[in-house]
Design a protein around this ligand. Structure first.
Ligand code: GTP
Ligand code: MG
Length: 197
């Protein structure tokens, strides 16, 4: 798929104020610092479209980016950032959960996990919650460039094995590096296939 245009539209803390034009959307979620905003910039080929930071907790709101004037990519705040404090984390969780539960035009949620780390309880529980609520999602491994190919494959195999302890089948899985533009075509083709269906 060719990205002809990518435009920031609006930031919100409330799903009710998100765009109401009914265009399909795809959102990115995961722990703080996993690389959600960087992935949006990589997919759109627009450095600085979504704001990134080496410090966790950068994205605080629901951000809508209109792509090819037809569909949205949505950058969400990360969950689980300890330094935000209990109240801050609760607030973010509420924003995220309300958005996910109420947003009918959300066609797929991409759950990002760092390819270097072992499966984290917070991510596994979040995916279980998605399953219980019938929210379609895929898993995106990020920062693939930060390790060699053998270690990368080992980590991904171990992750899949862990998932198969609770899931009968795996959701679609993508391996990405925003640094090396790895996984771009696969993700865009996947979005295109959903757009057309
Ligand atoms: P929050 O908005 O805080 O939840 O974080 P985020 O998930 O949006 O992460 P962000 O895209 O801001 O990236 C966090 C850090 O990881 C930044 O320093 C990025 O440069 C770095 N990063 C993201 N993706 C990659 C990648 O594929 N490879 C490498 N090497 N670094 C990455
Ligand atoms: Mg971010």
């Amino acid at each position: 798929m060719i990205i002809k245009s990518a435009e920031f539209i609006i930031s919100n803390s409330d799903y009710k104020k998100c765009p109401q034009d009914g265009k399909p959307e795809y959102a990115f979620i995961g722990r703080s610092n996993v690389g959600k905003s960087s992935l949006i910039n990589m997919l759109t080929n627009r450095k600085g479209l979504a704001m990134t930071s080496s410090k966790p907790g950068k994205t605080m709101l629901i951000n809508h980016f209109l792509i090819n004037e037809q569909w949205y990519l949505v950058d969400l705040p990360g969950y689980g950032y300890a330094r935000r404090g209990k109240e801050g984390r609760e607030k973010i969780r509420e924003i995220i959960e309300d958005y996910i539960m109420e947003r009918d035009q959300l066609l797929n949620l991409f759950v990002l996990v760092d390819s270097r780390h072992e499966p984290q309880i917070i991510d596994l529980e979040f995916m279980e919650w998605l399953g219980e609520n019938g929210i379609p999602f895929s898993i995106v491994f990020t920062k693939a460039d930060k390790q060699g190919p053998v270690r990368l494959q080992q980590n991904i195999d171990a992750y899949k094995e862990k998932l198969l302890e609770t899931w009968e089948e795996l959701p679609p899985v993508f391996i990405t590096s925003s640094e090396k533009k790895q996984g771009r075509e696969e993700l865009l083709n996947y979005i295109e296939s959903i757009n057309k269906s």
